[in-house]
Write a protein that binds this ligand. Structure first.
Ligand code: ATP
Length: 552
């Protein structure tokens, strides 16, 4: 069974993993701070990602027919980019949620997803954790409002069909990608038990999720700028710079880790939906003919990454989007999703999206904002018939000097959230069992079973007692770990069993105990957090042994 979110949040605070931001002033919804242990954990998640995706990319096996090894490089770009970037990327016009307010109850609802004539909504009153049930009746004047459409919508949203003309849902629903255009449709929306009284909700209103700020002293509308809602655009606008300055050849990937900001209407579920969060994104550029293979490749590779760091198969799914869910430019998108404890059984929350984006992004930044016209991507026109948002006009194509071919690369984008991944690792690690204490009485124990690679502290060094030279020897061993770059913790306070349990709760995979024998046999006791096995190991081998175990 799943651990309770209350226990996880309490442990995060108690042990210094995650705190509410500005807590002494009452906190801020959607903002979180990482404490001393949390900062180590999150750094390890980030570093594991960078190492596995960028640093050791030449160990990766490419799909058949593709060059191996392929290139992977990194960039670190600005949080505030040129405002035109967001106009051409589509975020300025399309990156919004929809809100409706209920006039009667004064409640606010956030529409998560809009597909055709269907929308899903969540109660957006921020302090209200109760999911509400919302009914939306399909307008009757479309030729597409038949039973088949409703069945289809139920399938898309994973809903239970109630009546032929009505969909009911509650709680959280698997999200769609952001850039979903709201098509024309009419509403007849009512809430819960008042479903028979139509029209109690206001019309849906758009709400752009980008945080706005102003540049310079004057601060007029012309100086408006935005905090980036994703790191990806920093990669696209530097595509040519990367090509010209490094010797990368197609196919290659550019990776970036950094903060992103979204003014979410309903920040909730601990760090899962925050207003400030960190992304780990790759834009992988390849030949259009090979893009389907690379799409498959990255879906599988990213799925395997989570499993390799300890997420169990039963809690992880790879969900291919339905055609209706895809952003208009996307050829295919798959979400890697985790069974977070705040979700009902059988429900999953997105950890990462892997999207096949075609040539949409590079073309948008050359030509201007693109829209889908009868299946073709064309530059969107303003009222004057000119491009609505002008692109950079810079040629972002690629010339293959072997085949003498010029083309606009296709993009595969694995886009992960560092905070969501960290939260999934925390939830997955949380475990309670019973172990005998120093006197042999059974005591309940909380263990954070972090994979050794991401555990905040790798090894605790514990002198059995505070005399007979044990603390001195322990301090020397502790310094040895630190010198080798292994995160270690020294603790000489209290009974040894209690010290072990403190480390279990912090997720430290190994404890090294210096006891009365150490001085004579030159050995220490090595305790394993999960198996609880204890073995004797020579002092001068201990650093190498731990280093080997935490490399993973
Ligand atoms: P959701 O539908 O849950 O809002 P999304 O589909 O909008 O997510 P993307 O735009 O694909 O998310 O962003 C890529 C990744 O960035 C997500 O998979 C997630 O890990 C992370 N992410 C996005 N929004 C947030 C947020 N508000 N808080 C924390 N992480 C986020």
């Amino acid at each position: 069974s799943k651990p309770s979110m209350e226990k996880i949040v309490a442990l995060c605070k108690r042990r210094g993993l995650i705190f509410q931001d500005s807590e002494i002033y009452g906190g801020q919804n959607g903002f979180w701070d990482y404490g001393p242990l949390g900062v180590l954990l999150k750094r390890n998640v980030r570093e594991a990602w960078w190492h596995d995706m960028v640093g050791s990319h030449d160990e990766l096996e490419a799909p058949a027919g593709a060059p191996s090894p392929f290139d992977m490089v990194g960039v670190e770009t600005s949080i505030i980019m040129h405002p035109q970037v967001w106009k051409c990327s589509g975020h300025y016009d399309l990156f919004h949620d929809f809100m409706v307010d209920c006039r009667e109850t004064k409640s606010r609802y956030r529409f998560d997803h809009v597909v055709g004539q269907f929308a899903t909504a969540k109660h957006a009153k921020e302090d209200d954790a109760e999911p509400v049930t919302l009914f939306i009746t399909v307008a009757g004047d479309s030729d597409d409002t038949g039973d088949a459409l409703i069945t289809r919508a139920c399938e898309v949203f994973g809903l239970k069909k109630k009546k032929a003309d009505r969909i009911e849902w509650s709680g959280s629903i698997t999200p769609l990608s952001n850039a979903v255009e709201l098509p024309e449709f009419s509403w007849d929306t009512t809430v819960g038990p008042e479903a028979s009284k139509p029209g109690t909700l206001t019309e849906p209103r758009e709400f752009n999720l980008m945080f706005k700020t102003t540049l310079g002293a004057l601060g007029g509308d012309a100086d408006a700028a935005f905090l980036r809602p994703e790191t990806a655009q920093g990669i696209f606008v530097n595509f040519k710079n990367v090509l010209d300055s490094s010797r990368v050849k197609i196919p290659f990937g550019v990776a970036q880790v950094g903060k992103s900001f979204r003014n979410e209407i309903t920040p909730r579920n601990f760090t899962f939906r925050s207003r400030e969060f960190e992304q780990m994104e790759i834009e992988f550029f390849c030949h259009p003919n090979q893009s389907s293979d690379w799409y498959q490749y990255w879906r599988e590779r990213r799925f395997a990454w989570y499993k390799g760091l300890g997420i169990s198969e039963e809690n992880l799914i790879l969900r291919e989007h339905h055609k209706e869910e895809l952003a208009h430019y996307s050829v295919g998108t798959a979400d890697i999703e985790y069974a977070f404890p705040f979700l009902d059984d059988g429900e999953y929350g997105e950890l990462e999206g892997v999207a096949h984006r075609g040539d949409f992004d590079l073309r948008s930044h050359t030509e201007g904002k693109l829209v889908n016209k009868g299946g073709e991507l064309v530059v969107e026109e303003g009222e004057d018939g000119k491009p609505k948002y002008r692109g950079s006009g810079k040629d972002l194509s690629y010339f293959d000097d072997q085949s003498r071919e010029r083309f606009i690369p296709h993009v595969i984008e694995p886009s992960a959230g560092a905070d969501r991944a960290t939260l999934a690792f925390i939830c997955e690690a949380y475990y309670e069992d019973e172990q005998p204490d120093d006197k042999g009485n059974m005591q309940s124990r909380t263990v954070m079973r972090f994979h050794p690679r991401i555990a905040p502290i790798k090894v605790a060094v514990l002198p059995l007692i505070k005399k007979e030279g044990m603390p001195e020897k322990a301090a020397e061993i502790y310094r040895g770990f630190k010198k080798a770059g292994i995160e270690a913790f020294y603790d000489q306070q209290g009974a040894i069993g209690r010290r072990y349990r403190r480390q279990d709760e912090a997720g430290t995979p190994f404890c090294v105990t210096i006891d009365g024998e150490t001085a004579s046999d030159g050995k220490v006791t090595l305790r394993d957090r999960d198996s609880l096995e204890q073995s004797r190991i020579a002092v001068d081998e201990i650093v190498a042994a731990i280093s080997e175990k935490v490399r993973g």
